[in-house]
Design a binder for this molecule. Structure first.
Ligand code: ADP
Length: 398
């Protein structure tokens, strides 16, 4: 069975074609500047075909999907003989609200429910819906599955997902903690259990997804019991450009003092804050490491804040689960920055964590970076959200 995985944004569309017999990645690519002009980078990964990387006209997502199918099946760049070889499509969808606690076969009823979730993710869900509709237009009746960023967190108990505001805002308006990066937290926690050789039902895992956006999840017995992102992905840890947790009074103070509109204020909190805002240097941890090494104090402060917040939130999850067996680092920063991992692990002395420096220097593979005698194990596990989407699609369609 061959599955096409689609992650549609407002002006971009990422894809992977995966052969589920072997879970081999056959091709991957990215359409960019959809609706503006258009660019497609298509990389075939089997059959020794060349990469296609050119500007092409992409007025809408339908043209983008058509271009992807054309490349996947072409004599020059293709990896399959025809579209008929693609058995199903798995779509990443950001927000499934409380309606979707797991992945689902897409039909008219599901499409209507996705529309209902749109107010919760006004930038992301419409793009995901557009991607699904474009696929339908180009690929006809091929079965399609929606896999949600929020679904894994739906097991959180009320005490973790409720906000302490009047209850009617939850009941009438759905205001609560939803959490994001669920597909990543699910993948790395289940992989962690495999690496430990233990059933996930017996493990308490803290998963730290640290990329441009960062979130931490507490996973007890394979079920998410708490996570740091909330109603939106703006809260929790300080991130590349997002502020993380912030006293609401600050918003009122700054809006009054500087006359910001709510959109201007949210733009500052989403795009100009986080480690970028504190350092004034960059949102990229590579730039921050370099600047801090060269003596830039604000870059060092931004990094210190990030490490402290990861340790503080993870520590609160040790309390929430009454213990922890394993801590996992993943995503761009978690997978690549050994200095960030080492600095965070310094805080885990109370758990008896000791870092094996040689293991912590490895890159691009699943690795245990704690010493064998550490009672709490620490892992680096490269995330693979596309594989989870493909597996769910296979299981639901198959
Ligand atoms: P996204 O949240 O956009 O999916 P990623 O998970 O790809 O992001 O993470 C991107 C971030 O990873 C970059 O902004 C950068 O800060 C960080 N990163 C990538 N490589 C390294 C590295 N070698 N050292 C430190 N940070 C890195």
């Amino acid at each position: 069975m061959k599955i096409l995985v689609i992650n549609a944004g407002s002006s971009s569309l990422k894809y992977q074609l995966i052969d589920m017999e072997t879970e081999q990645l056959m091709a991957k690519g990215l359409c960019e500047r959809i609706g503006i002009d258009g660019h497609l980078k298509h990389s075939p990964l089997v059959g020794g075909k060349p990469v296609f990387d050119e500007d092409i006209s992409l007025p809408t997502h339908s043209e983008a999907i058509a271009a992807v199918i054309e490349k996947l099946t072409s004599a020059e760049y293709g990896v399959v003989a025809s579209m008929k070889e693609i058995d199903a499509v798995g779509h990443r969808v950001v927000h499934g609200g409380e309606k979707f606690a797991s992945s689902v076969l897409i039909n008219d009823e599901v499409m209507a429910a996705l529309e209902e979730c749109t107010p919760f993710a006004p930038l992301h869900n419409p793009a995901n819906i557009t991607g699904i509709n474009a696929c339908k237009a180009v690929m006809g009746d091929v079965p399609m599955v929606a896999v949600f960023d929020t679904a894994f967190h739906q097991t959180m108990p009320g005490k973790a997902f409720m906000y302490a505001i009047p209850y009617e805002y939850y009941k009438n308006d759905g205001i609560r903690r939803y959490g994001f990066h669920g597909t990543s937290h699910r993948y790395v926690s289940s992989r962690c259990a495999e690496l430990m050789g233990k059933p996930i039902e017996e493990l308490k895992i803290i998963s730290c997804h640290m990329g441009n956006g960062s979130s931490i999840a507490a996973i007890n017995g394979g079920k998410c019991v708490d996570t740091s992102m909330g109603f939106t992905p703006l809260v929790g840890l300080p991130m590349g450009t997002r502020c993380g947790d912030l006293d609401n009074g600050v918003v009122q103070f700054l809006m009054n003092k500087y006359g910001y509109s709510i959109d201007e204020m949210l733009n500052i909190l989403n795009k100009k804050s986080g480690v970028l805002g504190v350092s004034g240097v960059s949102s990229d941890f590579r730039d921050l490491d370099k600047a801090a090494d060269e003596g830039n104090e604000r870059a060092a402060l931004a990094l210190d804040m990030f490490h402290y917040w990861v340790a503080k939130v993870a520590g609160s999850y040790v309390a929430a689960m009454n213990g922890v067996d394993a801590i996992v680092f993943t995503a761009g920063v978690g997978e690549n920055s050994k200095s960030t991992r080492a600095a965070i692990c310094e805080y885990f002395g109370y758990l008896g964590v000791k870092v094996d420096e040689a293991a912590n220097s490895k890159r691009g593979e699943d690795v245990m970076i704690s010493t064998p005698d550490s009672p709490v194990k620490v892992f680096v596990i490269p995330t693979n959200e596309e594989l989870v989407i493909a597996r769910d699609t296979r299981d639901i369609v198959g």
